[in-house]
Design a protein around this ligand. Structure first.
Ligand code: HEC
Ligand code: HEC
Ligand code: HEC
Ligand code: HEC
Ligand code: HEC
Ligand code: HEC
Ligand code: HEC
Ligand code: HEC
Ligand code: HEC
Ligand code: HEC
Length: 459
């Protein structure tokens, strides 16, 4: 069987353009996470040149880690392979080989694939954590398959769910007093730079289209002195050397109407690299043509079917309006119930008020607020362009996004309600996740025990 895979991989290497032929070899439908790159078989079935059958699953594991290890590390993975090197836990691997990604995530098996690419039944936590019901009174009588229910535990990412964290944030208000986002670097700097440079910059080509010049003249690029040839003739510009990147962006010294992602990347490395890691950019990342809206599995506007995903999908050429990019651009393609419901939510109302200047910058909530969180790095900020980084499991959105403005319990209650996500958070949550209260009580009892021990000790 694995020989067959190796054969396909080798074949794919020598004949990369025969996508139709490759599709025939697919043993089954690929997951929601990977279908966009399913024809890049080599990305997972890489055999390092040899056809060593026994090596196949290690090779696959390496492939998974190549693309996902950084994110799992950032997520402080609760069950990393290293945890099971400890002899105390190693025995558990006989029940389930948790060191291999493939134990839980296989491919091309649509009939048994659950959300998030999970391909084993949901009750598997129980195999290793049977003692919980005995050691925790609070967990008595809970269903075997309920551990990973929203708001309780995740397998990998528990950053918003660790008991200590829950306890620390117990009793917070639903809406925090200073409910504000991190400001973008450009919002922090104000308009000072614009004033300085405005009079000095003229287009660096002679026959420039006046309408383009007009648009460009009110853009952030103009204000920062970024001229026509820097985007359209990237290698002709000496100043690019200052950005210290080596890419294949250049088109020699000839003018090119088309501006490739690699050109934007020379000046916007972090935005570009994060873009390449999510659903919008993952095809470009493996050398396939851009994702096209027509290929999507999610509902999209039919008049956008021909559109492709690159930097200009949200940032129109010469305009770079980040406010337009944050909502209107998204709704130029997305057409599912959740996205459409946004416009009627109180978050959208806040955004309208921010745009009209009625409330401070950073108080509005856009699609980008939730899906492309702003990241503070020492002295500046940037926008995480991987719109999948905080999407699933849904609690990952809580720490980076909701908790800037809402208490932890309110946030967990909100995201744990699938109906509320469907209607884009247009009402307060109706259900209550009990874990915050449970964690608090557990720590309270422990604190009481410690106090009474101290008291009896000091007597
Ligand atoms: C995102 C990663 C990924 C991509 C891309 C991918 N596969 Fe797979 N494939 C897997 C995984 C995971 C398995 C399961 C391996 C296992 O069970 O040991 C698998 C299994 C297979 C199998 C064995 C199926 C069986 O019934 O046992 C074949 C054949 C196969 N893939 C062919 C392909 C071909 C052909 C392509 C490209 C057209 C492709 N795969 C692309 C991840 C991938
Ligand atoms: C070429 C890079 C690449 C490789 C190789 C790869 N993945 Fe992925 N994977 C992605 C991207 C990109 C996504 C979509 C963005 C996201 O969900 O983070 C994704 C999504 C996922 C998801 C989430 C699916 C969902 O619906 O939320 C899982 C689980 C996953 N990958 C596991 C694996 C495993 C296991 C392997 C090895 C068999 C693997 N990946 C190999 C890039 C890769
Ligand atoms: C014991 C089962 C198990 C194993 C082994 C496992 N996963 Fe997962 N994985 C899950 C479950 C369950 C989810 C659903 C979200 C959660 O509970 O964290 C998930 C979700 C994911 C996601 C999407 C959500 C996220 O947190 O980014 C990725 C990517 C992923 N796994 C990659 C991997 C990789 C890579 C490996 C191997 C290093 C691996 N998984 C091993 C069970 C497993
Ligand atoms: C293959 C065995 C195995 C499986 C399957 C497994 N776990 Fe674990 N889990 C462990 C081990 C080992 C630890 C570490 C315990 C320790 O450090 O004492 C752990 C720790 C944890 C912790 C505590 C983390 C902390 O540091 O506070 C949680 C929560 C947890 N697991 C939840 C789950 C959930 C939910 C599932 C199912 C989605 C699951 N586990 C599946 C073996 C497993
Ligand atoms: C920040 C990068 C950037 C700068 C600076 C820039 N452009 Fe562009 N330009 C683009 C992008 C992106 C496109 C759309 C490319 C595509 O569709 O592939 C474009 C398209 C064009 C086109 C193609 C036709 C059209 O209307 O879309 C012309 C002509 C053009 N630009 C002229 C100029 C002139 C003249 C200047 C200087 C006044 C300039 N550009 C400055 C990024 C830039
Ligand atoms: C020669 C360097 C350079 C190139 C090439 C370049 N930019 Fe910029 N860009 C800048 C500078 C400098 C700024 C202003 C400071 C900042 O926000 O980083 C800026 C700002 C921006 C902004 C923020 C606008 C705002 O209102 O705050 C966006 C969006 C943007 N660029 C997108 C792009 C895209 C898309 C491309 C490729 C088509 C591109 N840039 C190419 C240098 C460049
Ligand atoms: C899916 C839409 C979308 C795509 C595609 C996109 N952007 Fe953005 N970008 C945004 C939004 C929205 C903001 C502002 C978010 C905010 O206000 O928090 C932004 C902000 C920016 C900024 C200014 C803020 C910062 O991070 O410093 C730059 C620069 C930028 N984008 C560059 C790029 C580049 C380069 C690409 C291509 C690799 C790209 N964008 C692709 C939506 C997009
Ligand atoms: C040019 C069209 C286009 C634009 C503009 C666009 N998207 Fe997308 N988006 C897509 C396509 C296509 C996918 C992949 C859908 C699929 O795999 O079914 C996607 C995927 C996503 C996903 C991941 C969904 C999932 O299930 O993994 C999110 C979240 C998302 N987009 C949010 C946004 C936001 C927020 C904006 C605006 C800042 C935006 N998009 C702008 C076309 C677009
Ligand atoms: C308050 C935060 C928030 C806002 C605002 C928001 N979303 Fe979402 N979005 C979420 C959450 C949470 C989910 C995940 C729901 C789940 O999987 O349980 C989600 C899911 C999605 C998905 C994946 C849907 C699917 O079926 O897989 C897309 C696409 C998306 N959002 C696009 C958008 C667009 C476009 C906008 C703006 C018009 C927007 N979102 C506004 C929080 C938000
Ligand atoms: C920039 C701050 C901010 C962020 C980030 C934010 N919210 Fe809100 N949210 C608010 C404010 C302020 C209100 C109250 C609006 C009102 O009552 O007019 C609100 C209201 C709500 C409501 C009640 C809606 C109603 O109509 O009663 C829900 C549910 C909600 N938010 C969920 C979330 C979730 C989930 C997240 C994270 C994915 C999130 N919010 C992120 C500021 C924010």
């Amino acid at each position: 069987m694995n020989m067959a895979i190796a054969g396909v991989a080798t074949y794919a290497l020598v004949a990369p353009s025969t996508t139709v032929a490759r599709r025939i070899f697919l043993p089954g439908e690929t997951t929601h996470g990977h279908y966009q790159i399913e024809l890049a078989c080599n990305q997972c079935h890489q055999t390092n040149g040899g056809n060593d059958e026994s090596n196949a699953s290690n090779v696959m594991q390496d492939a998974c880690l190549r693309c996902h290890e950084t994110d799992l590390d950032t997520a402080n993975d609760t069950h990393p392979a290293s945890k099971f090197n400890d002899p105390v836990h190693a025995d558990l691997l006989k029940t389930l080989d948790a060191q291999s990604c493939l134990s839980c995530h296989r491919e091309h098996v649509a009939e048994r694939t659950l959300a998030m690419g999970l391909t084993i039944p949901r009750d598997y936590c129980w195999h290793c954590h049977q003692d919980v019901a005995e050691s925790r009174v609070s967990h008595e009588g809970m269903r075997y398959d309920s551990c990973a229910t929203t708001g309780c535990h995740n397998y990998h990412d528990n950053r918003a769910l660790y008991e200590k964290y829950l306890d620390e944030h117990h009793g917070e208000a639903d809406i925090l007093d200073d409910a504000t986002l991190i400001l973008l670097t450009s919002q922090q700097n104000g308009d000072d730079q614009t004033q300085e440079t405005q009079t000095q910059v003229v287009p660096d080509i002679s026959d420039a289209d006046p309408q383009i010049v007009r648009q460009w003249s009110s853009s952030a690029h103009f204000a920062a002195g970024v001229n026509c040839t820097q985007c359209h003739q990237p290698e002709a510009e000496d100043s690019l050397a200052n950005h210290g990147t080596t890419t294949t962006a250049g088109f020699g010294t000839a003018w090119n109407d088309h501006v490739a992602l690699d050109t934007c990347r020379q000046c916007h490395a972090r935005q570009s690299e994060t873009f390449l890691r999510g659903k919008h950019g993952m095809r470009l990342a493996v050398g396939l043509p851009e994702m096209q809206v027509a290929m999507a599995r999610l509902p999209m506007r039919s008049d956008a079917a021909h559109r492709q995903l690159n930097c200009n999908s949200c940032h129109a050429a010469h305009v770079d309006d980040v406010q337009y990019a944050a909502v209107d651009a998204c709704l130029g393609c997305h057409n599912d119930d959740h996205s459409l419901a946004y416009l009627d939510s109180s978050h959208a109302e806040l955004w309208r008020q921010e745009r009209s200047g009625d409330i401070d910058a950073g108080r509005g909530v856009t699609c980008a607020t939730c899906h492309m969180p702003r990241v503070a790095t020492g002295d500046d900020t940037f926008v995480n362009h991987n719109q999948n980084s905080v999407l699933r499991p849904v609690e990952t959105m809580v720490r980076d996004v909701c908790q800037r403005c809402h208490g932890l319990e309110f946030s967990l209650n909100a995201v744990a309600d699938p109906e509320l996500a469907q209607t884009c958070f247009d009402r307060p949550p109706e259900q209550t996740v009990t874990s915050v209260e449970m964690a608090h009580e557990w720590f309270e009892q422990r604190r009481k025990r410690q106090q009474s021990r101290k008291r009896s000790g000091s007597r």
